[in-house]
Design a protein around this ligand. Structure first.
Ligand code: MEV
Length: 320
């Protein structure tokens, strides 16, 4: 095989963000916002990465020395580097990445990393099992951003809805239940790393309290998991509201997010919360299906863009 294309989905964090960075559990569902990576062998010692905004050329020897990653191609470059060293292979490659123009903070970096490793695994005839695709992709993400729980990488690889804990020690694939939710984008982009740092700083000052918050977040995640599996959406909504209060206590809520959340709750939603780091990006709402239209209207008039992607999407896959 001389050319392979793989695609991977984005993710929507349902509950457990921030605490998951400290080994606590979270629940995440994959969204059908796919990133595609096409890779072919070339007969010289170069890696050429064509991304929608730039082209990057790097020789194999430059790739293997410590160097800075350019912003546009960082995750692909780190993935190739990690794949070569983990599997003891190398070759010149031509790589093309494609994805949606806006990713709404729904995990395009982890998706592009997972799709790169999966493509390479097929191209080199290794057919790595999911767990190894996860480990090599997560290592690449850490090489670029230095921190992160890896839940987004696992979601890009396993797809569906997963219960994730402790850097991937537990990745439990849950029954793919249709989620009665609406995703709303705040229009504000955020730096996840800054928010992780903010929580780390707060924890360094108030360790017992913040660890207490993480342990209550863990309770909400574990209870919400059972409610989800039993399709008890009103109770699930209540639990995500409690979780939202805990995220607020970590200082990652904003006025805009609060406005969107309250617009949904006031129109009869069962619950609404931040999805992800907070500070902007997306919220999601658990709806009472009888009130769907009213909730949508009130979210839009509060300034949300409704993100039209379905959940429980397939994990990374080879495209034919
Ligand atoms: C960001 O989407 C979720 C965080 O928990 C970071 C992470 O888990 O890597 C804040």
């Amino acid at each position: 095989m001389n050319q392979v294309t793989a695609s991977a989905p984005g993710k929507l964090m349902l509950l457990g963000e921030h605490a998951v960075v400290y080994g606590c559990p979270c629940i995440v569902t994959a969204v059908d916002l796919r990133v595609k990576v096409t890779i072919e062998f070339i007969n010289n010692n170069e890696i050429i990465i064509n991304s929608p905004n730039s082209v990057r050329n790097i020789t194999l020897s430059e790739l293997q020395q410590p160097h800075k990653y350019p912003r546009d191609t960082a995750f692909v470059e780190a993935a190739v580097e990690n794949f070569f060293s983990s599997n003891n292979v190398r070759s010149g490659l031509n790589i093309k990445t494609e994805g949606p123009k806006t990713s709404y903070g729904l995990g395009s970096s982890s998706a592009v990393t997972a799709a790169t490793i999966e493509s390479l695994s097929k191209l080199f005839g290794l057919n790595l099992p999911k767990k190894q695709v996860f480990e090599q992709s997560y290592a690449a993400v850490l090489a670029v951003q230095g921190k992160g729980s890896g839940f987004d990488v696992a979601s890009a690889i396993y797809g569906g809805t997963i219960y994730y804990k402790n850097g991937g020690e537990i990745i439990e694939e849950m029954e793919p239940i249709k989620l009665p939710i609406i995703i709303g984008y705040t229009g504000e982009k955020v730096s996840t790393i800054n928010l992780i740092d903010h929580v780390a700083h707060l924890r360094s000052k108030h360790r017992t309290i913040i660890d207490g918050v993480f342990s209550v977040i863990t309770e909400t995640v574990n209870s919400a998991k059972l409610k989800l599996l039993n399709r008890e959406w009103e109770d699930f909504g209540e639990l995500i509201n409690i979780n939202q209060g805990l995220l607020d206590s970590l200082g990652v809520n904003t006025e805009k997010i609060a406005k969107l959340i309250w617009s949904a709750r006031s129109s009869g939603a069962f619950g609404a919360k931040i999805s992800g780091a907070g500070g902007g990006d997306c919220i999601y709402v658990v709806i009472d299906p009888n009130k769907e239209k009213g909730i949508e209207e009130s979210l839009k008039s509060a300034g949300a863009f409704l993100v039209p992607f379905s959940t429980n999407a397939d994990g990374v896959r080879i495209e034919v």
